[in-house]
Design a binder for this molecule. Structure first.
Ligand code: FES
Length: 242
């Protein structure tokens, strides 16, 4: 990996250090307000080995924690490249630009798995939010190929930056900024773009998170160095979808 770095200047003057050799992925909010940079973390498998994007199964939702050690995200390899920029608008009216998937074919995308409506998210017991394959069916939307939150039947289109396309959700799912190293097929998470729900998530689920991560303070810790990625079917005992 080439280590030379440059600084990418965002609209607001925010600077992001980036490797010139590997960046291909999401761009940032027009004014930086809906973008937050976090420590870059390598996505690994459960054993700590780097995952290779070419080895990911297509249309299988994977889960990893980022940017906090308790905030779940989806990693999905789509059936088709998602290489077009998409301008997204938050419920607040703020706009931002999503640049599409990463990987050799631009098929791999990542989003926060915390629903932007009322914070449904995968947990070890169950998940009411999942990706419905292209040929799958859901009550939430006219076709598959969407992330569906079955709590109140919201749907998000992962080919469009997880834009909310049906249901109660008024915001897209927040995008996880991925950096792809094409020299070795590894991928890193490095930021969050869009409306993140972490503050509310920590407040509302404080007892559960404190229980699962030893304390509420520990649940808020930021991911460092790497984060493990597992299939949603292994992460949650039961996946509920309508
Ligand atoms: S919590 Fe997801 S649709 Fe309501």
């Amino acid at each position: 990996m080439q280590r030379r770095t440059f600084h990418k200047v965002l609209g607001s003057g925010l600077l992001v250090a980036a490797s010139a050799s590997l960046i291909r992925g999401y761009l940032f909010a027009n004014d930086g307000a809906l973008f937050a940079s976090y420590e870059k973390a390598l996505l690994t498998d459960a054993k700590g080995e780097p995952i290779r994007l070419s080895a990911l199964s297509t249309e299988v939702p994977y889960v990893f924690y980022y940017p906090h050690v308790s905030t779940p995200c989806f990693l999905i390899k789509l059936p088709k490249p998602a290489t077009q920029e998409v301008a997204l608008t938050a419920a607040s009216g703020e706009t931002y630009l999503w640049k599409g998937g990463v990987g050799k074919e631009g098929k791999v995308v990542a989003f926060s798995a915390i629903c932007s409506h009322a914070l449904t998210h995968p947990n070890p017991e169950d998940s009411f939010i999942t990706y419905i394959p292209k040929d799958g069916k859901t009550l939430a939307y006219e076709k598959g190929g969407v992330v569906v939150c079955s709590s109140h039947l919201s749907a998000f289109d992962p080919t469009q930056g997880a834009k909310n396309v049906a249901g109660e959700a008024k915001d897209p799912l927040a995008s996880i900024v991925l950096e792809y190293d094409e020299t070795n097929d590894k991928v890193y998470a490095s930021g969050v773009l869009g409306v993140e729900m972490f503050h509310q998530y920590f407040r509302i689920f404080r007892p559960q998170l404190a229980d699962r991560f030893q304390s509420a303070r520990k649940a808020k810790q930021l991911v460092k160095i790497s984060t493990a990625t597992v299939a949603l079917s292994e992460f949650s005992k039961e996946i509920i979808q309508y």
